[in-house]
Design a protein around this ligand. Structure first.
Ligand SMILES: *Cc1c(COP(=O)(O)O)cnc(C)c1O
Length: 427
């Protein structure tokens, strides 16, 4: 039998022989109201193309994308290596089940585990061996993390500790356990009964978390910087104290790095800036550059909880998504995009403070790296809409925060344009 040759040329990216009918912008906007469940309230723009940090709508208007699909398009749009990776791997093989190996899942796991291990060592002097579980989204990462810590305590430690403490303003996804972990009433409204076994404390307040920790608590799950909650940055020393508290009480520390992970905050993992190492963490958004993939990374002892048959997902770890993950990580390294996120994050924060720091509507400017929030008084949605008509895409976080999560490939010129438009939109 011939040996597998992953270097062979992929099938040519041939022109698709079936071309669906094009729809006009107007037809799509009307069709959205008629055919889709009304769960998304969309702005009336149909994006048809991308070019690095720019997005083009069907009518050719250009927008600078400082949302990046909510921190997903870390490499920007249509990155040549990402395009080639998707086409190339699709031309070899897209999917097989997890009953067999493919060429990329194990190498991607090795790469991610190695990065987690080195970060834990350099940030906190912690030596650990990590293992990965691949899934398809952030919420699925949270789900796997919930199952992992519950089964770890009940089957590895033989002492059930089913309760997980999360914090107010958090966001962990929309599936049932993830929604139950998300300590924000607006995401849970009308969905009772929730998954039992979650308790909520205050973000950044150690006493509040400590008060929830009894012998039934198996883990604290928390974002390092709250994304959807409003780009909330922890007070200095909070995570070190939390790590110490968890150690004292035999509680696992699980970090939801779905939004902060993979360079967004100026380090590969956001926890590196806190001088701690978690027992487990999970990633999704930026890992596939737009191709759906998530990963849970955990210390070996914890990871042992997921013995054969305990957890699985059909699409997770297929050859296409894991190949793309490898390419994304490789491009981050090759082009020093984590360093660029740190440098551009400093510049963005500086420009926002200089230009908007004294604006009467600006309450606060905060963030880490290229995850920035500008908290406003008054109608924030109107400001976001104004930005859009000026060719800048930003998103809402929390009740009153304009969030900027641009691609990690931006330069100073993009930042100048964005700050200019936001300033003009504020008037
Ligand atoms: C976006 C997000 C999720 C949910 O990810 P999905 O892919 O939408 O399921 C979970 N946690 C955090 C911190 C997020 O930002």
């Amino acid at each position: 039998m011939p040996a597998a040759d992953s270097a062979r040329p992929a099938a040519a990216a041939a022109v698709c022989q079936f071309t669906p009918d094009p729809w006009s912008t107007q037809a799509i906007v009307a069709g959205h109201g008629r055919y889709l469940m009304p769960s998304y309230k969309n702005a009336p723009i149909v994006f048809a193309r991308g070019e690095g940090p720019w997005n083009l709508d069907q009518d050719g208007r250009r927008y600078l994308d400082f949302s990046a699909g909510v921190a997903v398009n870390g490499l920007g749009h249509n990155h040549p290596d990402l395009v080639a990776a998707v086409a190339g791997q699709a031309g070899r093989i897209i999917h097989q089940s997890n009953y067999w190996h493919n060429e990329h899942a194990v190498p991607l796991a090795a790469d991610l585990c190695g990065r987690f291990e080195r970060a834990a060592l350099s940030a906190a002097g912690v030596e650990l061996q990590a293992r990965a579980f691949f899934c398809n989204s952030g919420a699925e990462g949270t789900e796997a993390a919930v199952k992992l810590v519950r089964r770890y305590h009940s089957r590895v430690r033989n002492q059930p500790r089913p309760v997980i403490v999360t914090v107010k303003g958090s966001f962990h996804g929309r599936t049932y356990a993830a929604m139950s972990a998300t300590a924000q009433p607006k995401y849970q409204d009308g969905f009772d009964p929730l998954v039992p076994g979650f308790r909520y404390a205050e973000f950044g307040q150690l006493d509040s978390i400590a008060a929830q920790l009894d012998g039934s608590v198996g883990a604290v799950f928390i974002e390092v910087v709250q994304g959807e909650g409003g780009v909330c940055v922890p007070p200095p020393g909070f995570f070190k104290a939390l790590r110490h508290l968890c150690d004292q009480r035999g509680v696992l520390l699980g970090l939801d790095e779905v939004q902060t992970g993979l360079g967004r905050t100026g380090t590969l993992f956001a926890f590196e800036q806190e001088g701690i190492a978690p027992d487990l963490l999970w990633l999704a958004k930026a890992l596939g550059g737009g191709i759906p993939i998530g990963a849970v990374l955990a210390r070996d002892e914890v990871a042992q909880a997921l013995q054969p048959g305990t957890h699985a997902t059909t699409f997770g770890a297929n050859a296409l998504v894991t190949y793309v993950g490898r390419v994304v990580l490789g491009v981050l390294d090759r082009d020093d995009l984590v360093g660029n996120a740190r440098r551009m994050g400093d510049y963005l924060m500086g420009q926002l403070r200089t230009r908007l720091g004294n604006h009467p509507r600006v309450q606060d400017i905060r963030g880490r790296g290229l995850m920035c929030g500008v908290q406003l008084q008054g109608d924030v949605q109107a400001v976001i809409a104004q930005c859009r008509t000026r060719g800048l895409l930003v998103s809402l976080a929390g009740a009153d925060v304009v969030r900027m999560t641009p691609p990690l490939v931006i330069d100073r010129g993009h930042i100048d344009f964005a700050v200019e438009q936001l300033a003009a939109a504020l008037g």
